[in-house]
Ligand binder design. Sequence first.
Ligand SMILES: [Fe+2]
Length: 236
Amino acid sequence: MGTPFIIDFHSHILPGIDDGSQNLDMTREMLLQSGEAGVDLMVATPHFYGHRDTLEAFLERRGKARRAVGTILTPDMPGVRLGAEVAFYSGLEELDGIEQLCIQGTNVLLLEMPFAPWTEYEWNVLTTLTLDRNLQIVLAHFERYYEFQKDPNLPQRLKELFVYLQINAGTLLHWNKRGRWMDWLARGDAHLLGSDTHNLTNRAPNLGQARDVVKRKLGSAVLERIDQTGNKLLEL
Ligand SMILES: [Fe+2]
């Protein structure tokens, strides 16, 4: 097996589709910066809000934005794989065609959970999505919900459902925020990294910097495990 691809698992690089990239010029710059930082593949994950959007309309907008990106791709940019950041809502677990929101060619769904304590209701939806809808769930920027959760068995419950956790690069760049998440990554309780880039200023592509921190503090074996996990999920 060769060197694994470096994947940015969470990004808002598609132009004009959500609160991420505003136009093709911004997208071009995001891709160039990511390529320069060594990223091989960006998963484009525009927000999907099923309580106020239809799947059909979303897929059409996403397809149009992806085709536009196709016209500016150059060899020094990462590849782009379509996905979505699917916001939790009541009824998500019954959405027809939900598999079309998975990362292209996989059953991997990037899910944004409520920023509130999760109840048995949320756990039931997670269970249905995993066991009945046969989806591999990755929770987007897990660290952002963590402060709301009180359940001491949280890591165990997530493991039992084979849910993977994605951490935002920006969190690892804050010396006063990253401690816990470095520990989770070191233990293998958190699995994937994403820039969650939205723009070129306060939410710029920063995966490379976060990877440097992981390598420096935890060693290259942890980084390699993160890459292997991402490559396995995307069947690269
Ligand atoms: Fe996001």
